[in-house]
Design a protein around this ligand. Structure first.
Ligand code: SAM
Length: 292
């Protein structure tokens, strides 16, 4: 019987034996605090009936804890050098599959249909590589697959942007676009001392679930995202100026924008950061309804 992979002594022993040094370029920071891993699995509410997708299993510390609670775990690890390590560390488990693939290039619906048959509830759990946190999260959110929840570790600063409220420093297009479709919560903060090697900043576990009861929805999610980015384009400009930048400065466009802002009771001199998510949806839809 081995101690958990994620115990500091065993992790160090594995790294030494395989002469591995964590690759900074791939965002390799291994979790060595079993208590944190347990809390991650709890935050994801993993049950024996759930299939789990893990991004970046590393040397298998989180994967092992997931396998003990889940039906099946499917891991995507880009670093080929870690495959023999994972093969050994995860040998005691018969419910783990590891693919040597870049998660940003993987055809998830096809792979899930092949490797996780049975239509079980699907959850994503990961200690994300920090250099591609945002593209990974955005890809997952845009996936045609239904994830019951996405529970992922990321830099605290990115977590704060994802969960930010209007009129705060961290509130921006990312906050609006993600919160429009999802309930986003920080489950807990993870100090940098929980990793080998230690990252420069603290981390946070973020839980994303689809919002069920939205009062208003954008007429088109992709166009909504573009619209929101347009509204935040120049931070110091007013909403009015950013809207002219986005839709153009023709006289009839100005007239329409004035009319639309009036109809949704938003002040043209406001800044994008003052608008709630619902106000963005109302504004975007009203622009569309008025032909701009
Ligand atoms: N899960 C391990 C843990 O918690 O200790 C390791 C997490 S480490 C922060 C991120 C992992 O993601 C590394 O193992 C890295 O090699 C892997 N990775 C980086 N880019 C990736 C990509 N594009 N696709 C899949 N895995 C990736």
């Amino acid at each position: 019987e081995y101690p958990a992979i994620a115990s500091p002594a065993r992790t160090q022993a594995i790294l030494n034996r395989y002469r591995l040094s964590a690759k900074k370029s791939l965002g390799q920071n291994f979790l060595v605090d079993l208590n944190i891993l347990t809390k991650i699995v709890e935050a994801a509410k993993i049950k024996k009936t759930d299939d789990v997708i893990e991004i970046g299993p590393g040397i298998g510390g989180l994967t092992e804890q997931l396998a003990q609670s889940a039906h099946q775990v499917l891991g995507f690890e880009i670093d080929q050098n870690l495959l023999p390590v994972l093969k050994e560390t995860l040998a005691p488990y018969d419910n783990i599959q590891i693919l040597n693939q870049d998660i940003l290039k993987a055809n998830l619906p096809k792979i899930v249909a092949e490797l996780l048959p049975g239509d079980r509830p699907l959850k994503v759990v990961a200690n994300l590589p920090y250099y591609i946190t945002t593209p990974i999260v955005m890809n997952l959110l845009a996936s045609p697959l239904h994830f019951e929840s996405i529970v992922v570790m990321m830099q605290k600063e990115v977590a704060e942007r994802l969960t930010a409220s209007p009129s705060t420093k961290a509130y921006g297009s990312l906050s609006v676009i993600v919160q429009e479709m999802n309930q986003v919560d920080i489950s807990f903060i993870v100090p940098k001392t929980a990793f080998i090697p230690q990252p420069k900043v603290d981390s946070a576990i973020v839980r994303l679930t689809k919002r069920e009861n939205r009062s208003v929805k954008p007429f088109d999610e992709k166009r909504f995202a573009g619209f929101v980015r347009g509204c935040f384009m120049h931070q110091r400009k007013t909403l009015w100026n950013n809207l002219l930048g986005f839709f153009g400065k023709a006289d009839d466009t100005k007239e329409t924008i004035t009319k639309v802002l009036n109809s949704v009771q938003i002040n043209p001199t406001d800044r994008a950061e003052q608008l709630t998510v619902t106000q963005f949806v109302q504004l975007c839809n009203a622009c569309h309804d008025n032909g701009i």
